[in-house]
Each structure stands twice: as structure tokens, then as C-alpha cells.
Design a binder for this molecule. Structure first.
Ligand SMILES: NC(=O)C1=CN([C@@H]2O[C@H](COP(=O)(O)OP(=O)(O)OC[C@H]3O[C@@H](n4cnc5c(N)ncnc54)[C@H](O)[C@@H]3O)[C@@H](O)[C@H]2O)[C@@H](O)CC1
Ligand SMILES: [K+]
Length: 500
């Protein structure tokens, strides 16, 4: 399990550890890990050109000490100081003693404007050109502008440096996190550094795993500095071993009923394909049997003759261990209401989200898993799609609380949150290839199967997202794939997870 902790928790753990260690020991651990990651990225340290972007906090201190280590190995290292008089004194001293040099970067943005670009003719014109040339010629830029002490998007002088780094051909390594992102939420308010690699200390921060900030982080390397973190994380990402342990496996006594029967109320005359795709996901999710209820029975049987179909309403078919309702359901509100009345776990997706009565969901005693994409979540919350996409963690928690349900918010970093708070799961296997019509229907069926097998809504949602993401990668393999192909690749995803 990969976990991420809030800034507050990290600070508390740091205080506790610092009290037991000689002064500066923690920063040396961080700097050693950072320098090693930079050296790996550079390949050859000797003769390389490294520029450090240094803010006035300890994040800049990490960058300076790491820069000193690289300078001792023969790199040409220059620190661009945003606030020369407040730069970390010990780090600066170490860099200068190792042969590094210093430039001022504090007056690059035109005074009195919000324009982040370096404007010729401004107060620091000559200096701005020197810094721009340095960054333009660098092999590596190290972003030590701001770490977990940051608030909001970058200030104009820092944003000017971030823009230069983005324009340069240098690799960009962020120290702890890309400066300008919100560490606790993954939100990005204004300018932020775009890194190729982020070297983070002690634990992942939530923002490194959640969009949109995750994209700014590039790949992430965790450096152990000895922090002891408490039991419950803010965020967790399942990995192969966690998923393998949760997959339902048939035992000697299994029959189709014990393995779980999943009911699917989906599809319409207009959207029969949604029903077929939901069933295709369900059959690959391990359910002993799938009962289909709705007007697309002919299409379902044609594609999957093993499906049990019924033309009665959901309330009158035989027993099931879980329901999926909503994919392609059009305006069939009565099926949604009937399914919500069932005393088994229910997954509500697509049209079902719009048709589900909030009080009926809240009144349910069995688990409910809602699976909106950002647009559907926005409609339920009464906000814009952009508002949801910009604040995914808050949005998923708010929706879960409002409906008293577990919510899976789809996206490149799918989030799953329970109603009662607690740890939120983030899916690490997502891929842009999954943004294809019908892919959500496959996910519904798959997650529904796992609910029928007895997994909690949080586990069913996060295991399904994991397998679905992996299947999407296998199906696409560098070329576009349809939802049907994603469903067909789910068995490969299971095998891959079980192989470890
Ligand atoms: N506390 C510890 O024990 C350790 C901390 N470490 C490093 O220390 C960092 C935290 O250091 P600090 O608490 O000094 O804080 P930071 O260095 O993260 O940030 C504080 C500085 O950033 C400026 N700042 C804040 N928001 C800004 C914005 N939007 N634009 C531009 N500048 C902004 C502030 O004015 C302040 O000068 C961590 O992220 C990590 O890199 C590591 O050395 C490991 C050990
Ligand atoms: K940083």
C-alpha cells in the first residue's frame, strides 16, 4: 500500500523525530536522497550544469545541500536565490564551500504587475537575462522554491523562474513537491513548477497522487528520512499485493450462488450497448451468475448467452447479492427506485445517478456505491465540472457525505471515499486510454461483481478501478482500444495482479 499523509501529520512526525536527532540531521538525509536522485537522472554528474531555484525556507535548504553534494562530484552548480538575505544560511555556506556560485533571482518579475514572465526593460533586466541564460543552458534545474510551507500558486518572481524552467531543455527535479501545488489536496491555484521527477521526503503528500497536481509532479521518488507516521493515512493507493489479497477466489465449496449473483438493471431501447458492456465487466469480475433486467435482453443474450435475463422489474426477479443500476437506463426512474429499495449492496452509475432520490439513498442500510465522472458529480453537487476537476478530493468527500454513500469519482486519478470520512483511496493504474465511450459501463459491472462477492464498497470500488485501469493499459498497449477490448483484457489484469 502506498500512503500519503497531510502536512499537519508530517510536521508533527518531523518535530518528534527532530527532537531525538542532532540538529540538521533530517535535512542532510533529505539532501542526500535528493542528490542521489539528481545524479541518477543526470547519468554523468561531472561537468553537468545544475541550477538550483532557492526559496527562503527549508525546501531551499534541501536544494542547497544537495547542490553542494553535486558540486563536490564535479557539477557546475549555481543557486538562484529568490530572497538572498533569507536563504538557508547553512546550505548556502555548504554550496559556496563546495565551489558553487550564487545569483539573485528576486526581482525578475516586473514590479507592480502579475505578469510572471521576465520582461526586458524591467528593474532587474540585466540580472534577468543572466538568470534566463543560466536556466536555458542547464542540464538540470532543481526546484527548491517552496515545499510543504507553501500556500497558493507561486508569487510572481517565483512564477517567472518556473516559466523559465518549463521553457528550458533541462530536466526539472522538484524538492518534496512541485512548488505552487497544494500539498494536501492536489489543487493548483495559479502558477506551479512542472517537474519531470519529484523527490519527496518521509511520505507521499496527497497532492502528489491526485490530479491536477499529480501531473505537475512527474514521476515521484520517495526518500525515507526515518519519519514514524501514525496508523491512518489521508490517502492510500492499492498496489498489486493489496489487490491480490482482496480478489475473491472460488473455494472447493463454491457454487454460483456462493460466488455471488449480480443483478444488473441497465440499458434501454436507445442504449442497449450500455447493458452489454456492464454485463461484460460483471462476467469478468468473478460473479457466479449475472441476472439482467431491462429492455436490452436480446442484445445481452446475443453477446453473453450465459446471462440470466428477465423482463420483470428488479423487485420481482430472484435473489441477488448485489445490484448495478443506471448505465444507459435513460429515464427509467422506477427501476432505480426499486433497486434502491433492495436490502443488498447497490452500485448506482450514469443515468441512475440523476434518477436516484437522495433521501432514498440516505435511507439505505446496505452499502451504496455511486460512480460518477466529474460532470455527473458536478450536477449532483450543483457546481461546475471545472470546480469538481479542480478540487477532486473535496468533491468526492462532499458527495459521499451528502448521500451517505461510498463515492467513486472517475478520472485519470479515480478517488473512492466512504461517507463516514476516513482514508480515501486513489487509483494508481488509470490511463488516458480509458476515456472512451462505454468504459464506465464496464467498470460498473466489474465493481458490482465484487460487491456481490462480499467486498466492502470501498474495496469493491478501488479494486475494480485498479483492475479496470490495468486492463485499459493492456488493451490499449500504445494504440486506441474500445470499452469492449478493455472488458476482454480484465482477465489479463487479474492474472497480472495474482502473479505479483
Ligand atoms: N521540517 C523538517 O524536518 C524537514 C523539512 N524538510 C524540507 O523543508 C520543507 C518545509 O520547509 P519550510 O517549513 O521552511 O517551508 P518551505 O520552504 O516549504 O516554504 C516556506 C517559504 O516559502 C515561501 N512561500 C510560501 N508560499 C509561497 C508561494 N506561493 N510562492 C512563493 N513563495 C512562497 C514562504 O514565504 C517561505 O519563505 C519541506 O517541504 C522539505 O523540503 C526536509 O529538509 C526534511 C526535514
Ligand atoms: K519544491
Amino acid at each position: 500500500m502506498r500512503t500519503a499523509y497531510s502536512v499537519e501529520t508530517v510536521r508533527a512526525a518531523e518535530r518528534e523525530l527532530m527532537a531525538r536527532l542532532p540538529e540538521g540531521a533530517l535535512m542532510q538525509r533529505a539532501a542526500a536522497g535528493l542528490a542521489a536522485a539528481c545524479a541518477d537522472l543526470l547519468g554523468r554528474v561531472y561537468g553537468s550544469r545544475v541550477v538550483l531555484l532557492v526559496g527562503s525556507g527549508d525546501n531551499g535548504g534541501d536544494a542547497l545541500y544537495a547542490g553542494a553534494r553535486l558540486a563536490r562530484r564535479g557539477a557546475g552548480v549555481t543557486a538562484v536565490l529568490l530572497a538572498p538575505e533569507r536563504a538557508h544560511a547553512g546550505g548556502l555556506d555548504a554550496l559556496l564551500r563546495a565551489g558553487g556560485s550564487v545569483e539573485s533571482g528576486g526581482s525578475l518579475a516586473p514590479v507592480g504587475t502579475d505578469d510572471a514572465r521576465v520582461a526586458p526593460g524591467g528593474q532587474g533586466d540585466g540580472q534577468a537575462r543572466i538568470v534566463a541564460e543560466l536556466i536555458g543552458r542547464a542540464d538540470l534545474v532543481v526546484d527548491g522554491i517552496v515545499g510543504i510551507g507553501g500556500k497558493g500558486g507561486l508569487r510572481p518572481d517565483a512564477a517567472a523562474l518556473a516559466a523559465l524552467a518549463a521553457d528550458s531543455r533541462a530536466a526539472v527535479v522538484a524538492v518534496d513537491l512541485p512548488s505552487g501545488i497544494e500539498a494536501d489536496t492536489g489543487e493548483v491555484h495559479g502558477a506551479a513548477v512542472r517537474a519531470d521527477l519529484t523527490v519527496t521526503f518521509g511520505t507521499h503528500k496527497p497532492g502528489l497522487l491526485i490530479d491536477p497536481a499529480r501531473v505537475y509532479a512527474g514521476s515521484v521518488r520517495l526518500v525515507d528520512i526515518g519519519l514514524a507516521l501514525p496508523g491512518e493515512a489521508e490517502l492510500e493507493a492499492l498496489q498489486h499485493a493489496d489487490v491480490a489479497a482482496l480478489l475473491p477466489m472460488p473455494g472447493a465449496e463454491s457454487d454460483k450462488y456462493r460466488r455471488g449473483v449480480l443483478g444488473i438493471a441497465a440499458g434501454s431501447a436507445r442504449y442497449p450497448g450500455a447493458a452489454v458492456l456492464a454485463v461484460s465487466g460483471a462476467l469478468r469480475g468473478g460473479a457466479g451468475a449475472v441476472r439482467y433486467v431491462g429492455p436490452a435482453a436480446d442484445a445481452v443474450i446475443a453477446a453473453f448467452p450465459e446471462t440470466l435475463v428477465s423482463d420483470r422489474g428488479p423487485a420481482r426477479v430472484g435473489r441477488v447479492q448485489a445490484w448495478v443500476v443506471g448505465p444507459g437506463a435513460g429515464d427509467d426512474a422506477s427501476s432505480v427506485a426499486e433497486v434502491l429499495g433492495a436490502e443488498v449492496p447497490v452500485l448506482v452509475d450514469a443515468d441512475g445517478l440523476r434518477l436516484a432520490d437522495r433521501d432514498a439513498v440516505r435511507a439505505r442500510r446496505a452499502p451504496t456505491l455511486m460512480t460518477p465522472h466529474a460532470g455527473e458529480a458536478a450536477a449532483l453537487l450543483g457546481v461546475s465540472r471545472q470546480a469538481v476537476e479542480g478540487a477532486r478530493l473535496d468533491s468526492v468527500r462532499e458527495l459521499a457525505a451528502a448521500y451517505g454513500a461510498t463515492v467513486l469519482l472517475k478520472g485519470a486519478t479515480t478517488l473512492v471515499a466512504d461517507a463516514g470520512g476516513g482514508v480515501v483511496r486513489v487509483n494508481p493504474t488509470g490511463t488516458a486510454w480509458l476515456a472512451t465511450a462505454g468504459s464506465g459501463d464496464v467498470l460498473s459491472g466489474l465493481a458490482g461483481s465484487l460487491l456481490a462477492a462480499g467486498l466492502s464498497a470501498l474495496d469493491a470500488g478501488s479494486v475494480a478501478a485498479y483492475l479496470h485501469g490495468l486492463a485499459g493499459r493492456f488493451a490499449a498497449d500504445g494504440a486506441p482500444a474500445g470499452a469492449h477490448d478493455v472488458a476482454a483484457a480484465i482477465p489479463d489484469a487479474w492474472r497480472d495482479v495474482r502473479a505479483g
